[in-house]
Design a protein around this ligand. Structure first.
Ligand code: ZN
Length: 492
């Protein structure tokens, strides 16, 4: 069976044969959420897209290190160099510590990803945990001469950079285009040119999230964290960098610029970008009243929704489109997806009880090849799902006696469905996904009870809960921000 994967590379604007830098190993970095609000469809799409990439690469026996960051500092309003930090602003409005905001929304993000059956990344680093690495990188860029310092801020000198490296290859915007798209320098700006961007920012007195640096107290520029953390965990050059299409410019263009300016090395082999999500044909936005977060989809509480849609339906709906196409959410489309999903899963159940025959009237091998060629062709999940529905037809025909399969072919078909439906596309029966949701809720309750026991100095009960959970593989992690839980991994 061929496992030749083709990936559309945003950098070359064409599909290329995937070949990892180190044989059998893949390093993949995906931009994660800025944790200042509840997770929504814009979070679900990249998470599900790259979950399928991660699952399929694992299926192909690659050893994959999947890094997805949590942005908990440095991301300013409107993705610009000016304005308030998104997390600090939310903290100010809600009268909480920034890290309380980070803790709450990271937890909500994990919960939603869990319900969508997205596997956890191998490493999930946080920007605030990597300030030292970011400062080191800024120092190197300065000493390489591609940045300048003004009043405690450090800016990347894009014009200077462009004399050695071609700027704008990823987004297809050259320097003139970029300049045209920005405001004229108003004389107040510290930057030499409008195309320059901050890699370190001086903190104004009211800015809460600040760290000491060689240039005074400040915080890293937003793009810096991904360059520093991808280098730390995946090396100066790695295989795949993913994210939403809205990140191509300026975020990913800036990442390339920073890495070249620091290491004289183009950091990424394959750039992959998922397209955007609309609702009823319109861009999703808080001011448009069509901003629906994932929990509202799952419980149907938003007024725009006719009913609740299980996380698996959202996952199925997203994967019914190719990741590079736009997706439009509507009640009608989701209800159609629900019917399709139920039909697929019902056929999988029927498959378990089919009777075999002496001869096969259908070529399972051919179906299998079609499924592999769909996923190998730039992770074409809609074609893959269409092929699986051909399999559904076969299953129902065998049940009705109109087709026949041998014992061996029946086993092959079961393996095919388990591999593609469960392992690669990550679909699980709705009852099972409800069980996951219930587990989350029960565990939240257990942690609350333990927290109360600790508050009342009943450490015996707190320890009992911890030890009993550990005995069946649930680890409790205590930190300053509170407790969380995870399943103990079986170390090979
Ligand atoms: Zn990023």
């Amino acid at each position: 069976m061929t496992r030749k994967i083709k990936i559309y590379n945003t950098l070359s604007k064409k599909k290329e044969d995937f070949k990892p830098l180190v044989e059998n190993h893949v390093g993949m970095y995906v931009c994660g959420p800025t944790v200042y609000g509840d997770p929504h469809l814009g979070h679900a799409r990249p998470a599900i897209t790259f979950d399928v990439v991660f699952r399929y690469l694992n299926h192909c026996n690659y050893k994959v290190r999947y890094v997805r960051n949590i942005t908990d500092a440095g991301h300013l309003e409107n993705d610009s160099d000016e304005g308030e930090d998104k997390i600090s602003k939310k903290a100010r409005l809600e009268q909480l510590e920034p890290m309380e905001i980070v803790q709450l929304y990271t937890k909500n993000y994990h919960k939603a990803m869990n319900e969508l059956n997205c596997l956890s990344p191998s490493i999930e680093p946080r920007a605030t945990g990597h300030i030292i690495e970011q400062i080191e990188m800024v120092k190197k860029i300065l000493s390489n001469g591609y940045a300048y310092q003004v009043n405690g801020s450090v800016y990347l000198d894009v014009n200077k950079y462009n004399t050695k490296y071609p700027y704008g290859n990823l987004s297809g915007r050259n320097l003139d285009d970029t300049l045209e798209g920005t405001r004229k320098l108003d004389g107040q700006s510290e930057k030499k040119s409008n195309v320059d961007f901050a890699i370190w920012k001086r903190a104004n007195p009211e800015h809460i999230m600040r760290w000491p640096s060689p240039w005074g107290e400040g915080f890293p520029g937003w793009h810096m964290e991904c360059s520093a953390m991808s280098e730390k965990y995946l090396g100066k050059k790695f295989d795949i960098h993913g994210g939403g299409m809205d990140l191509v410019f300026p975020h990913h263009e800036a990442e390339i610029t920073q890495s070249n300016a620091c290491n004289n090395c183009d950091p990424v082999n394959f750039w992959m970008h998922n397209n955007m999500v609309t609702i009823d044909g319109k861009k999703m936005g808080k001011s448009l009243g069509n901003f629906i977060n994932l929990e509202e989809f799952f419980d149907g509480s938003h007024t725009k929704l006719d009913k609740a849609y299980a996380p698996m339906i959202i996952r199925f709906f997203i994967l019914q489109a190719h990741y590079r196409s736009t997706i439009d959410f509507s009640n009608e489309a989701l209800q159609a997806a629900e019917k399709g999903f139920n039909k697929l899963l019902a056929a999988m159940e029927t498959l378990q009880s089919l009777n075999s025959h002496k001869i096969s009237s259908y070529n399972i091998k051919e179906l299998e090849e079609k499924c592999y060629s769909a996923i190998n062709d730039d992770f074409n999940t809609p074609i893959l799902i269409a092929n699986l529905f051909n399999g559904v037809k076969v299953i129902n025909s065998v049940k009705d006696g109109n087709e026949t399969l041998t014992e061996t072919d029946l086993e092959k078909l079961k393996t095919l469905f388990n591999t593609f439906v469960t392992d690669i596309l990550g679909f699980i029966p709705l009852q099972e996904s409800n069980k996951n949701k219930l587990t989350n809720e029960v565990m939240d309750l257990v942690l609350k009870i333990r927290e109360n026991a600790k508050k009342n100095k009943d450490f015996d009960t707190a320890d009992l809960i911890r030890n009993e959970l550990e005995s069946f593989g649930v680890l409790i992690k205590d930190s300053r921000e509170g407790s969380s839980w995870e399943l103990k991994l079986n170390v090979e």
